[in-house]
Write a protein that binds this ligand. Structure first.
Ligand code: ADP
Length: 274
């Protein structure tokens, strides 16, 4: 309706301009809707643990003469508090990767260090499920970027692989160089033997707060923000993240990042161009 009215008013300016204006309006409206959804999602995600904490604290007070009940409620309060902490931390991470230019303090980073750090971060969860983690091909490879952001991105992928896999399975991390005319890339693939992702969900899992199974995600402390962070980090480094998956068989998430030497040479050429 409104778009039509606008196009009628500016029609004499030519149809190309009209098209641009209408597209602009639709895009502005889409961005506004995404922002509104995000705020609504954050509020909802915050309300859930805060509400639970408030109820549980009342329950603790009512059960003051029953030590066993107090202990049970206190345990659940701890879980909700952890959930809240995770959410706030991931919101901070997301806003940081969206606002900071990662290439401002970019440096060559050894892939074996990034991988070791990611594995270390998940050692506890993996151990509890007897999941084996193995890395290969990482020797001598270096990527170009922001250490903190890249560690967070790879850490999220490995953490998901562990979280969405049954006990006694394997998580593999493999790295290799992809030679390209526009500058070599380093590919880091994280493969699990987990629950997998349907084709329909594959399109949406990189959206903020999208989860295939919200209950399962929450049970493992998930916030639904991890893959949104990974996607943003990959893109702002001039790379990408893609997924291959077969339901019930497993998934492979592949992170492609600029190779350190190629990226540095390109940056050097750019700064000496004129
Ligand atoms: P979460 O905090 O819920 O893990 P993410 O943004 O990291 O949020 O992932 C979004 C959703 O994508 C998850 O809730 C899960 O449904 C799905 N997902 C992510 N990684 C995997 C994986 N390795 N195997 C199966 N499903 C996955």
């Amino acid at each position: 309706g409104e778009a039509l009215a606008v196009s009628a008013r500016v029609a004499p300016l030519g149809s190309r301009l009209v098209l641009l204006l209408v597209e602009d309006l639709t895009e502005a409206r889409r961005i506004e809707a995404v922002r509104r959804d995000f705020v609504a999602n954050v509020s909802h995600e915050l309300k859930t643990p805060v509400g639970a904490l408030s109820l549980l604290s009342e329950a603790v007070m009512d059960a003051s003469d029953d030590p066993e009940a107090v202990e049970r409620f206190a345990g659940r309060m701890q879980i909700e508090a952890t959930r809240l902490t995770n959410l706030v931390q991931e919101l901070i991470d997301l806003s940081r990767v969206q606002n900071d230019d990662p290439l401002e303090d970019a440096e060559p980073i050894r892939v074996d260090e990034l991988v070791a750090e990611a594995i270390d971060r998940c050692r506890h969860q993996a151990g509890a499920k007897e999941i084996t983690m193995a890395a290969g091909g990482t020797a001598d490879l270096r990527v170009w970027g922001n250490r903190g952001q890249l560690a967070a991105a790879l850490g999220n992928l490995v953490e998901n692989a562990v979280n969405y896999s049954p006990a006694r399975t394997r998580v593999g991390i493999a790295a290799r160089t992809v030679v390209q005319p526009g500058g070599d890339l380093i590919e880091i693939a994280v493969t699990d033997q987990g629950i997998g992702i349907s084709d329909k969900d594959k399109e949406r899992i990189f959206e903020r707060f999208y989860r295939v199974d919200p209950a399962r995600s929450r049970a493992t402390g998930g916030t639904g923000l991890g893959l949104a962070i990974v996607k943003h980090v990959a893109a702002s480094h001039g790379g990408e993240v893609t997924v291959w998956s077969a339901e019930g068989q497993g998934s492979t998430f592949t992170l492609r990042l600029p190779e350190a030497r190629a990226a540095r040479e390109r940056a050097h050429q750019m700064s000496h161009r004129d």
